[in-house]
Design a protein around this ligand. Structure first.
Ligand SMILES: *Cc1c(COP(=O)(O)O)cnc(C)c1O
Length: 384
């Protein structure tokens, strides 16, 4: 048995990342300096988008994107219930109402066939989430959105490095949101990025992360302006140069990180295929999965105990399994807003039997074997 807990995810930071940060600490500007712009240019290039705007977290990126898309009081925004609460919270921050639409039981992504049934005269946008790193059916979502004049904001927090029909995630929708949290593909400690091909949306994002000022500190100095005019109600959502130095260094390793995640994902899939008591989500056609998470589905009808018992048994084996996610609207805050259970039956059923296995770039083959071995032991023991 393992002697230390294998976490479900963690950053991979090397000496060269550390050197980049130390160097950034010696610069004249530790925030609002040139490294922010350089990170944004490189990030945009990497995902083949025209513009990237760096902010202080993925949640700030969602908030900024929803603001830039014009979401306001009374607006409805359709999204998936199988996500981190930050996705729907971004709509609530702006006075809008998230509308939860059910997922495909196979891929666990938003079911485009149900989208249309959720639209009303108040619907303004759709926020698909590329669950676990597998791209949603973007063509189908865009077809519905285009016909109804809706904005599409991709929550790609799981999907940096993923591709849809040969195109990198980051350039296909009005706005695409990434997170740079340590469990995600690359990290800046905390951080987020929004990408877009639209200059006006990019300008709105830049204002929003800087209090709503029409010009940033650099421009104000360069143009000799006495003060910056505040034209929107923004926030301080800036990412520092120190963090962007780490981001630049990490970005150079993205391909390597994603390749390792894919290798771990493939190894899991081949070793776990057919294991009694366990099912694997479906892989869609024409996508490159970025494997942020490795979700599995317990076949509870074949097991003598509930999921909590399986979780505890795997934890006792030092395997850091976790849960992504309970439906967002099951949280007490959303219940208080009036959302009721039963809204999305497929997502609810999935969320009661889903479990996330460890996957991250520093994982060794031996770690994968530990997880597979523990699963065989625990599921074998509890099989009916
Ligand atoms: C991680 C994550 C976020 C939020 O990112 P933070 O950087 O932690 O604020 C949003 N949506 C999804 C789906 C995520 O996984």
């Amino acid at each position: 048995m393992r002697t230390s807990l294998l976490p479900y995810g963690r950053q991979l930071i090397d000496e060269d990342d550390i050197r980049a940060v130390v160097e950034a600490l010696r610069a004249d500007l530790v925030t609002t300096g040139p490294t922010v712009g350089e990170f944004e240019r490189r990030f945009a290039e990497r995902v083949e988008a025209k513009y990237a705007v760096a902010v202080s977290s993925g949640t700030a990126a969602l908030h900024a994107a929803a603001f830039a898309a014009g979401i306001g009081p009374g607006d409805e925004v359709v999204t998936t219930p199988l996500t981190f609460v930050g996705t729907s919270n971004a709509v609530v921050y702006l006075g809008g109402r998230p509308v939860f639409s059910d997922i495909c039981a196979g891929t666990l992504n938003l079911d485009p066939a149900l989208l249309e049934t959720q639209l009303t005269s108040r619907t303004r946008a759709v926020i698909p989430v590329h669950f676990a790193g597998q791209p949603c059916d973007l063509d189908a979502i865009h077809t519905v959105a285009r016909a109804r004049g809706l904005r599409v904001i991709e929550d790609a927090a799981h999907a940096l490095g993923a591709e849809y029909r040969g195109q990198r995630i980051g350039s296909r929708s009005d706005l695409v949101v990434f997170s740079l949290h340590p469990v995600k593909h690359i990290t800046t400690g905390e951080g987020g990025v929004v990408t877009t091909n639209d200059a006006e949306l990019a300008a709105r994002l830049r204002r929003f992360r800087n209090h709503g000022f029409a010009v940033d500190a650099k421009d104000r100095q360069a143009r000799g302006l006495l003060y910056a005019e505040m034209v929107d109600l923004g926030f301080n959502y800036r990412l520092t140069d120190i963090q962007c130095a780490l981001g630049l260094s990490q970005l150079g390793k993205l391909d390597e990180f994603v390749a390792r995640r894919q290798a771990v994902g493939e190894r899991y899939r081949s070793e776990l295929k057919g294991l009694a008591g366990l099912a694997l989500p479906a892989l869609g056609d024409g996508v490159r999965h970025a494997w942020h998470l490795f979700p599995v589905l317990l076949e509870l009808e074949r097991l003598a105990v509930d999921r909590a018992t399986i979780f505890a048994a795997l934890r006792a084996e030092n395997i850091g399994v976790t849960l992504h996610y309970v439906p967002a609207y099951w949280h007490p805050y959303y219940e208080r807003l009036g959302y009721r259970r039963g809204l999305c039956p497929r997502a609810e059923a999935i969320s009661e039997r889903i479990m996330t296995l460890p996957i991250f770039p520093a994982m060794r083959d031996g770690d994968v074997e530990d997880v597979v071995g523990a699963l065989r032991k625990v599921l074998g023991h509890y099989l009916r």
